[in-house]
Write a protein that binds this ligand. Structure first.
Ligand SMILES: *[C@@H]1O[C@H](CO)[C@@H](O)[C@H](O)[C@H]1NC(C)=O
Ligand SMILES: *[C@@H]1O[C@H](CO)[C@@H](O)[C@H](O)[C@H]1NC(C)=O
Ligand SMILES: *[C@@H]1O[C@H](CO)[C@@H](O)[C@H](O)[C@H]1NC(C)=O
Ligand SMILES: CC(=O)N[C@H]1CO[C@H](CO)[C@@H](O)[C@@H]1O
Ligand SMILES: [Ca+2]
Ligand SMILES: [Ca+2]
Length: 568
């Protein structure tokens, strides 16, 4: 392909960074910089203190500025907001809190203009109990009788009392079965009572869901992030009864989710088939309508073997991006060797079998990196996920080093996950420029006067600048051509220093060194070549343009990360 040679040539002569589209053997999602927006908290446009679609639309240029390929939005659909939108009452409409379908169309139009991709959250496991479908099912309307998982339960031989069909416990604690007075049956809910599980053994449910996908594809979305994948199917005996789950030994509280081993309510084999069916549906859609590949991201807290099956089996394919949460399990004590262990866990199975990788830094259910690992590790994590091959997934605000807010729990709407959902910090202005309202739905982190987009734009080596620098590299040829050409490697060169190497066909080599520890590290004889510093973090004593002979020695300051480059 002469085109690609030309790209190399351009690189050689003027050292410009090549763009993603130039490398035709890599599909867009394989190397994408993905970004999760929590819509309530990104940008408020009408002063009610809650983020909305119009707000997001005005901030899309920012995503472009920082090098994002695609953004996925947590749910924006009509919902009583019992689980902040993960309880959907109308899969075909936008919740008034966030705006209207017209606002959504505007958002898509603006995104297309900027060549940004928009991915929507898709919550197939359950609906809200306020969804019209549930109402129809409760009342056994034709076709909807079996839409959800209903059961009579069993009668206790000793007491004569009616009991739930099985001992299953919901993800948020308490029984998974709740008695419904009107229908006089139990219904299943793997999450809240207000989130009844749909019956995916019912072909009509599947059809409805494909219709939902089509509705949003027709409006121009580029893919879906599928929520709670492992929970879609439950096991049932052929005779219609349900087996109890065994005690796990992980918890002493019989009402806690961890109390059981979820062998009958998680990762059932039918889920794999369902992933393949959805993938094929998207492929079909693309064949008929053109455009780039539509993607499926999957949220599955499952073993890597299970994720591998969700990805594909060699002939059939499912989710392109089964999200890899391994790096989210690192703590402030994690060493470079621990990081390598987390990387290995994924690579040993997923890279070996499918040559695919993705790295998630955080989400709306997990403490921010600054709290999980320490503020001085934020940049290190951002460097690691951009330097590794594959896609990266950044939770909004991680690029500027936002941290959790301690939110006092009062009232029953309180969520222990609120701390990582506070408003995006745009500037040192009122409400960090998130909202012009009197108050915001969650408090703005008081550190916003220092940690915000506008201020960090003007500070050399701020988290924002490091992030932007890494995204630029990520879309350049050495970081891109990981499949057929060039290569990569990663290792812990000692307990605390992680080294990632990226190379391409034109003998360009990048070395990324990350000191995870709080000691100065002196490394000798890493290579016999002389390198140029390309990017250095805040703790560094070196600057881009300086050189270092790795045949001699290199000194790394505590929590320093650097990118070095060598060109033949
Ligand atoms: C799901 O729906 C099918 C009908 O399509 C039915 O045969 C099956 O019993 C239902 N499953 C449950 C758990 O209700
Ligand atoms: C249904 O089948 C399972 C497994 O064969 C058995 O353990 C259970 O007792 C049966 N339940 C009923 C109500 O027959
Ligand atoms: C993949 O799964 C399909 C069934 O969904 C099966 O027909 C095919 O043989 C499998 N391929 C491999 C390589 O296992
Ligand atoms: C990480 C994540 O998105 N978790 C979601 C899984 O699904 C439940 C129920 O839909 C939500 O409450 C979680 O936020
Ligand atoms: Ca608003
Ligand atoms: Ca389910």
């Amino acid at each position: 392909m002469p085109e690609r040679k030309l790209v190399g040539l351009v690189w050689l002569t003027c050292l410009v960074v090549t763009t993603l589209g130039a490398q035709s053997d890599v599909d867009w999602w394989e190397n994408a910089a993905l970004y999760q927006i929590y819509p309530r908290s990104f940008q408020d446009s009408n002063g009610d203190g809650i983020g909305d679609l119009k707000g997001i639309t005005t901030r899309l240029t920012y995503l472009k500025e920082i090098g994002i390929t695609a953004t996925w939005l947590s749910p924006i659909f009509t919902s009583p907001m019992s689980d902040f939108g993960y309880d959907i009452s109308n899969f075909y409409d936008i919740d008034p809190i966030f705006g209207t379908l017209a606002d959504f169309d505007d958002l898509i139009a603006k995104a297309k203009e900027l060549k940004l991709k928009i991915i929507l959250d898709f919550v197939p496991n359950h609906s809200s109990d306020e969804c019209e479908w549930f109402d129809k099912s409760v009342n056994r309307l034709e076709g909807y009788d079996d839409f959800y998982v209903w059961d009579d339960g069993k009668v206790n031989a000793e007491t004569g009392e009616r009991e739930p069909p099985s001992n299953w416990i919901s993800v948020f604690g308490g029984p998974q079965w709740t008695w419904h007075e009107t229908r006089q049956q139990y219904f299943l809910h793997q999450f809240q009572v207000k989130q009844p599980d749909l019956n995916f053994s019912n072909p009509m449910v599947k059809e409805h869901m494909l219709d939902v996908l089509k509705f949003w594809l027709d409006r121009g979305v580029d893919g879906f992030r599928i929520d709670a994948v492992p929970h879609i199917y439950e096991y049932r005996y052929a005779n219609g009864s349900y087996p109890d789950e065994p005690v796990s030994g992980w918890s002493s509280d019989p009402g806690a989710y961890e109390y059981h081993d979820h062998i009958y309510t998680k990762d059932q084999p039918a889920t794999v088939e369902l992933m393949y069916e959805w993938h094929e549906f998207l492929e079909q859609y693309q064949a008929e309508n053109g455009g780039d590949t539509r993607v499926l991201l999957a949220e599955a807290y499952s073993s890597v073997e299970t994720l591998s099956a969700y990805y594909g089996n060699g002939t059939r394919f499912g989710t392109q991006l089964p999200m890899n949460f391994q790096l989210m399990y690192l703590s402030g004590y994690s060493t470079a060797k621990d990081v390598v262990g987390s990387i290995d866990y994924w690579m040993d199975t997923m890279w070996t079998t499918h040559q695919t990788a993705n790295w998630v830094v955080g989400n709306h259910d997990t403490q921010r990196v600054a709290d999980r690992m320490g503020a001085h590790k934020v940049d290190l994590l951002n460097v690691i996920v951009s330097a590794l091959p594959g896609a990266s997934v950044t939770y909004y605000g991680e690029e500027i080093g936002m941290s959790n807010v301690d939110i006092e729990c009062t009232g029953d709407s309180c969520e222990d996950r609120d701390g990582e959902r506070t408003p995006m910090q745009w500037s040192p202005g009122v409400n960090a420029e998130f909202s012009t309202g009197e108050s915001t739905w969650l408090p703005v982190n008081p550190d916003y006067e220092r940690i915000n987009v506008q201020t960090e734009r003007g500070v050399a080596r701020s988290s924002l600048q490091i992030f932007k620098g890494m995204q630029k590299l990520k879309s350049s040829s050495a970081f891109l051509s990981f499949k057929k050409a060039g290569g990569f490697s990663y290792e812990a060169v000692n307990e605390q220093v992680l080294q990632i190497i990226r190379t391409n066909k034109i003998n360009e080599e990048y070395r990324i060194l990350i000191n995870m520890g709080n000691n100065m590290e002196v490394l000798e004889g890493l290579s016999d070549k002389t390198y140029e510093y390309i990017l250095t973090t805040a703790y560094s004593t070196h600057y881009p343009g300086q050189t270092v002979d790795l045949g001699e020695r290199i000194v790394l300051m505590p929590f320093e990360a650097i990118v070095l480059r060598w060109l033949a």
